[in-house]
Design a protein around this ligand. Structure first.
Ligand SMILES: Cc1cc2nc3c(=O)[nH]c(=O)nc-3n(C[C@H](O)[C@H](O)[C@H](O)COP(=O)(O)O)c2cc1C
Length: 373
């Protein structure tokens, strides 16, 4: 059963201003992943990225910083800095499908170099265990570059490392964010994790996936693969989707959600309020029925107000963060409204005006016609 919902990292959207505003208004999200930090060999974390993870910009918010690199040295240096800032978990990006990133064999592009990836993971897990033994390292991955058939050996490799969590977005790089997710591939991963959990609690056995022996450096951590949490990510739109994942894959207790939470920022709180009614006993029909009146009620008397407050905080935050750059503020708000507009059917005219807005003032005027207040 799904017990936790995390906010997916979304470059250009879920930065510190967004996280602060969201966390102040909405409940139900367990942790927020930062958009990827992309450290360079000489510059470390770029200044723009550094602002996003400074403790003073993330007070009281459970944040997991994400790192995009293919150099173990850069990963470890960045992880060390984050550790000094107080973070105890970092995430590796193996999913970014952007052409420039993939061309540099980073993000999803790194999946096309399994031997290099293995060396990288060896160095990262070994280095981290010596320098920061209590640092949790998680991985967010796609299932390949060109074909889902690439995934089984990749999964076997991942299972050799003591990562705290493996988050799978079951699409390959070339699918970007479109088309159906490969649920059959995720099901295969879930089966491997179920096997590992059974063996961890009972009979002696290593991981359930076929793979090589645990590498020397990974072995220094012990074979902790059975402690790795499996998290699902992709196309979760409503409470029924979350319930379905939990029912179909009992080993999955955590999901990561991106666009669904942008479309309906109340999604996580609606899910948990439905679950509270009868924990563990609701069918998908029942949870839909539970969450629909909740969302209908909150849309009548609270949801619009919550989103209005969130929008107000976002505008305030962006004005403070980008005082000299109204263009960025307009672009960021437009990108949010691309998704958020779905929460307001019947406001197509106002949404059109929003899309056409050239200044923050024009955009805020169109938004307040949708949000009232
Ligand atoms: C605009 C945008 C920016 C994204 N930025 C990141 C990122 O920085 N790091 C990352 O791992 N994934 C990133 N993603 C992928 C999301 O985290 C997530 O895996 C994807 O949207 C699928 O989940 P969803 O269907 O719940 O949105 C981004 C996706 C979008 C649409």
């Amino acid at each position: 059963m799904v017990q936790k919902i995390d906010f997916a990292p979304m470059e250009g959207i879920t930065g510190f201003v967004f996280r602060n505003a969201f966390h102040q208004v909405f409940s139900g999200v367990d942790r927020y992943y930062t958009p990827f930090l992309s450290p360079g060999p000489d510059i470390g974390i770029p200044k723009r990225d550094r602002r996003d993870i400074l403790p003073e910009n993330n007070r009281g918010i459970p944040v997991v910083p994400q790192i995009l690199t293919n150099r173990a040295e850069d990963f470890l240096k960045t992880a060390e800095l984050l550790y000094d800032f107080g973070y105890r978990e970092v995430n590796l990006n193996l999913g970014c499908p952007s052409g420039t990133v993939v061309a540099k064999k980073k993000g999803a592009g790194f999946l096309s170099e399994p031997a290099l990836l293995k060396n990288f993971l060896d160095d990262v897990f070994y280095g981290a265990s010596r320098m920061m033994p209590d640092l949790r390292i998680s991985v967010k991955t796609r299932i390949g570059v060109n074909s889902p058939e690439e995934f089984p050996p990749l999964l076997a490799m991942f299972r050799q490392y003591p990562m705290s969590e493996l988050i799978i977005h079951p699409r390959v790089r070339k699918e970007q964010y479109k088309g159906l997710v490969h649920m059959d591939v995720f099901a295969g991963a879930a089966k491997a994790f179920e096997g590992a959990h059974v063996s961890a609690t009972g009979a002696a056995c290593s991981t359930a996936v076929s793979g090589g022996a645990v590498s020397g450096s990974a072995a220094t951590h012990g074979s902790a693969a059975s402690d790795t949490i499996l998290t699902y990510n992709g196309d979760i739109i409503d409470c029924v989707d979350i319930l379905r994942i939990g029912t179909q894959f009992p080993v999955v207790t955590r999901v990561m959600c991106g666009r669904g939470l942008l479309r309906n920022p109340c999604l996580a709180e609606e899910f948990f309020s439905g679950m509270q009614a009868e924990p563990g006993t609701l069918s998908s029909k029942e949870i839909k029925a539970q969450s629909e009146p909740a969302s209908a009620a909150s849309s009548a008397d609270g949801k619009r107000e919550k989103i209005r407050r969130f929008h107000e905080l976002l505008v305030e935050g962006y004005e403070k963060a980008y005082p000299e750059n109204p263009g960025i503020i307009t672009a960021k708000l437009k990108e949010l409204w691309f998704y958020l507009g779905d929460s307001f059917p019947g406001t197509e005219r106002e949404q059109k005006a929003l899309k056409k807005a050239k200044t923050p003032e024009e955009l805020i005027a169109a938004a307040s016609r949708i949000l009232g207040g």
